[in-house]
Design a protein around this ligand. Structure first.
Ligand code: GAR
Length: 210
């Protein structure tokens, strides 16, 4: 069973989807530590109500990005975390964090990478950009986290239709329901099963031997 740490900033519906999959026995793991970048994030309540340890790491308490990244990495390392899931986490962490959890961190992005991703593309802004461009298909992507924002090896993607009458809010909701809450728990399951092989920046999913 793997120990999972989660990084959150907001509502935590993706964290909830992972917790629900654990409850159903679909993931051989436990979420044992949830860290928010800000006080008051509802994701913290979701975790605390299940007795999961929570903490807030606020950038304003740190003199430098390096100090923040180091403290956060120490926090997860001290708890023996095997996998860190970014679940609506709105900060970009630098090499002082990322290098210590290489190939052990995954993120959900609410678009089909490499479209509508990178710096500035987060939360509702992604869906606003999708609607502004007029693309007819969007979706979600789960990928490994590397030092370059939204550029790590892609694990799973799922497409979602864009409708003429969508607002950023309706589109965000459909992408969550039809893609994010499905592929994120699935990716965590595959990681826990040791089935994600990364070679030359490409993820291959190993078959389970019968
Ligand atoms: C989700 O749509 C997630 O994909 C997105 O923020 C939302 C968080 O919702 N993440 C990003 O944009 C990261 N770049 P949640 O807190 O309810 O999971």
């Amino acid at each position: 069973m793997i120990k999972i740490g989660a990084l959150v900033s907001g509502g935590g519906t993706n964290l909830q989807a992972i917790l629900d999959a654990i409850d159903k026995g679909e993931i051989d793991g436990q979420v044992t530590s949830v860290v928010s970048s800000r006080e008051g994030a509802y994701a913290l309540e979701r975790a605390a109500s299940r007795g999961i340890e929570t903490a807030v790491f606020s950038k304003k308490d740190y003199a430098s990005y390096q100090d923040y990244d180091k403290d956060l990495a120490d926090h997860f390392e001290a708890r023996g975390i095997d996998l860190i899931v970014y679940a609506g986490f709105m900060l970009i962490l630098g090499p002082d964090f990322v290098d210590r959890f290489k190939n052990k961190m995954i993120n959900i992005h609410p678009a089909l990478i490499p479209s509508f991703c990178g710096k500035g593309y987060y939360g509702l802004h992604v869906h606003e950009a999708v609607l502004k461009k007029g693309v007819k298909i969007t979706g979600a992507t789960v990928h490994f986290v590397t030092a370059e924002c939204d550029a790590g090896p892609i694990i799973l993607q799922k497409a979602v239709e864009v409708r003429d009458d969508d607002t950023p809010e309706t589109l965000q909701r459909r992408v969550m329901e039809q893609a994010e809450w499905i592929i994120y728990p699935e990716a965590v399951k595959l990681f826990a099963q040791g089935r994600l092989d990364i070679k030359d920046g490409i993820v291959k999913i190993k078959e389970i031997k019968k």
